[in-house]
Design a protein around this ligand. Structure first.
Ligand SMILES: Nc1ncnc2c1ncn2[C@@H]1O[C@H](COP(=O)(O)OP(=O)(O)OP(=O)(O)O)[C@@H](O)[C@H]1O
Ligand SMILES: [Mg+2]
Length: 279
């Protein structure tokens, strides 16, 4: 990939890719399922503080790519680098421990638990002293206080009571809890697989604002989405998956939505688009 030059009048890029070490890189990822080729030699780079969208038709390999990046699937071939160092994630927890938090489309929330408990799911805080270490008692107060703070930090104003059960929340509010959870614990990378697919306009906008908030904190985000207007609103760069391969990486200032979709569907190629020289 060559250096990105952005046309005047567009939003400045969060990262100047050529000059930085990617936070997360993949090289030559291959994943087959029997005879089906999920990924056929895919490279990906995620730079500090950027929102990288991953787009592609159904079956293009987006979810497989994300799963290979986050330890949910082991690639048949290829390498992963976190901050320039080779990493091997054998399971999702390995990626989490390394600072990569993923919000899957099928939300991993515990509906009967309250917001604070969901934020700390799997990372519960224990009370100090023997009450926590011997009797395993949870520090509910501390978790609620920190949960309220995490939500406030992200500007999530629609959740007033962290003691509210998640099953009583709206879809958008649940999504907000999941994103807040990822933001609270993902120290290096946040991965969001179709976070707005099931949401209405208002709720989608709330999630987009959250993504922008993460970017303003310099936390890089990988966003899988079919929603082109949203992708073009929020992404710094766009990785286009097609038939298990990367058909190109463009940016909202180098390419129009129609061009990105044409590359995605194979109606054109990156080389044949006018923005090619600057992407
Ligand atoms: N566990 C699996 N077993 C067999 N084939 C699989 C498996 N997972 C993915 N595939 C195949 O790999 C290819 C890529 O699938 P993937 O789920 O990554 O696509 P996607 O881009 O996420 O599509 P969508 O937009 O529909 O979510 C598809 O042909 C799919 O059928
Ligand atoms: Mg998918």
């Amino acid at each position: 990939m060559t250096a990105t030059t952005h046309s005047p009048g567009s939003r400045p890029p969060a990262a100047e890719p050529a000059q930085r070490t990617p936070v997360l890189s993949a090289r030559g990822l291959v994943k087959t399922f029997g005879k089906v080729v999920g990924l056929d030699g895919v490279d990906l780079d995620l730079y500090p503080g950027e929102v990288l969208a991953v787009i592609g038709d159904n079956g293009a390999g987006k979810s497989t790519l994300i799963k290979c990046l986050t330890g949910a699937l082991g690639p048949d071939a290829g390498e992963l680098f976190l901050e320039g160092r080779p990493v091997h994630f054998k399971r999702p927890q390995d990626a989490r421990d390394a600072g990569i938090e993923t919000v899957y489309q099928t939300l991993a929330v515990a509906p009967a638990l309250d917001i604070a408990s969901n934020l700390f799911l799997g990372r519960e805080k224990r009370r100090r002293g023997p009450l926590g270490s011997v009797f395993r008692m949870l520090d509910q107060k501390g978790m609620r206080r920190e949960a309220a703070q995490a939500l406030a930090d992200l500007g999530i104003g629609t959740l007033q009571n962290v003691a509210q059960a998640v099953e009583t929340l709206s879809g958008g509010q649940r999504q907000a809890v999941s994103v807040a959870r990822a933001a609270a614990f993902g120290s290096k990378v946040i991965v969001l697989d179709e976070p707005t697919a099931a949401l209405g306009v208002k709720e989608s906008n709330q999630v987009l604002r959250l993504i922008e908030e993460l970017r303003s904190r310099r936390l890089p985000v990988i966003l899988i989405s079919h929603n082109m207007p949203q992708v073009f609103e929020v992404a710094d760069r766009i990785h286009i998956q097609r038939l298990g391969r990367c058909a190109g990486v463009v940016s909202p200032s180098s390419h129009t939505m129609a061009e990105a979709v044409a590359i995605m569907t194979g109606a054109t190629t990156l080389e044949r688009t006018p923005g090619h020289a600057t992407s």
